[in-house]
Design a protein around this ligand. Structure first.
Ligand code: AHG
Ligand code: MN
Ligand code: MN
Length: 344
């Protein structure tokens, strides 16, 4: 049995340049995850269900657990001193840590402290998504160049899923590994080594209630998924939880595609580039899967602002490629619509 802490230090020892700072940062995330896991597990008893009474920068109602999880991760990362600041779904601006203690900190973290907030009260899996970037401005103050890096610059992408069991899954660009939390001894243990997605899978995940707003390419792809063609395993089956992490995690283990498209009404879709789509796309690629906005590779998109949204097509490579084919054939005009939407 290998614990998360052992695994992190073992990986560090392989690299000749490693100084231990990244390992400490990842450990800090693991510690905050345990605290949030405890709060999520006891949510119905601990008086932390329901609304906080505030809204975030995107105008979404903040739940008490959104705020609590955000505070726990900020606290752990601030105390750990390995990162100079964070970008969080729950904070309008970049949270810059005390410069006197983090001037030389090498990292910046982007985080969705609680993903799937609408599922908090109903005992459905929720999670935390994080992305770790190397800072460009070590030795001085944080700059926008530090926080607006493309996914190709990512050092680490990961998530913690608080589900029927709690797991941490992450990659540093060297394969994807999953660690299951053992609540009896309070440690994450390596349970899913070098995860690879099944291709093709037979699951498609999309909020079909938005069907009338979807681009023609997405509508046609959904119909393609529903056609009877045993030679390609169709009709596929549909599964949609409404927490990106849970839908992605299931598709990663079983094989499938998750789509949250941009529409004429919401050209950039709903999901956020920096702390939802980029880390998931990095994990997907490392597991042999694919992530795009229907036209462009997610990791190649250069962010223009910290809460930028993007359409997302993610999952088994051949399934994403098929969906892209439908977009190119039936909705080519959306390529420009998607690109323009990110300037806003
Ligand atoms: P968050 O809870 O962090 O705001 O994210 C919610 C996101 C994502 O997790 C999920 O896949 C998507 O919203 C669901 O949206 P719909 O309810 O529109 O399907
Ligand atoms: Mn989210
Ligand atoms: Mn969230």
């Amino acid at each position: 049995m290998k614990t998360l802490v052992e695994f992190i230090w073992e990986q560090q020892s392989i690299s000749s340049q490693a100084t231990g700072e990244f390992s400490r940062l990842l450990n800090d995330i693991g510690i905050a995850a345990k605290i949030v896991n405890r709060d999520v597990n006891r949510a119905g008893l601990a008086g932390v269900l329901g609304l906080e009474g505030t809204t975030n920068v995107q105008g979404e109602n903040q739940k008490k657990l959104d705020v609590l999880a955000n505070n726990e991760f900020i606290k752990a990362l601030r105390n750990g001193k390995q990162c100079a600041g964070i970008i969080s779904e729950e904070n309008d601006e970049v949270v810059v840590f005390d410069e006197t203690t983090t001037r030389n900190a090498k990292y910046i973290v982007a985080i969705d402290p609680l993903d799937g907030s609408s599922n908090i009260e109903v005992n459905v899996p929720i999670g935390t998504i994080f992305a770790i970037y190397r800072r460009k401005s070590v030795g001085s103050s944080i700059t926008m160049e530090d926080v607006l890096q493309a996914g190709t610059e990512l050092v680490c992408g990961g998530y913690i899923i608080y589900g029927s069991s709690t797991m941490m899954v992450y990659t540093t660009g060297n394969g994807v590994n999953g660690f299951t939390y053992d609540p009896t001894c309070g440690i994450f243990i390596l349970s899913h080594e070098n995860m690879k997605i099944k291709d093709p899978g037979n699951i498609y995940s999309i909020n079909e209630a938005n069907y009338i707003y979807f681009p023609e390419g997405v509508k046609r792809y959904i119909k393609y998924c529903q056609e009877d063609d045993p030679s390609t395993g169709r009709p596929y089956t549909t599964r949609y939880i409404g927490s990106l992490i849970s839908d992605f995690h299931r598709n990663l283990l079983r094989g499938g595609i998750y789509i949250y498209p941009g529409t004429k009404k919401n050209p950039a879709g709903k999901l956020r580039l920096l702390y939802e789509c980029i880390p998931m796309a990095f994990i997907a690629e490392q597991a042999g899967a694919k992530a795009s906005d229907g036209f462009r590779r997610i990791l190649d998109i250069k962010p223009e602002h910290i809460h930028q949204r993007t359409p997302l097509f993610i999952g088994s490579k051949s399934m994403v490629e098929k969906a892209e084919e439908f977009m190119a054939t039936y909705s080519p005009e959306f390529q420009e619509v998607y690109e323009k939407s990110e300037k806003k």
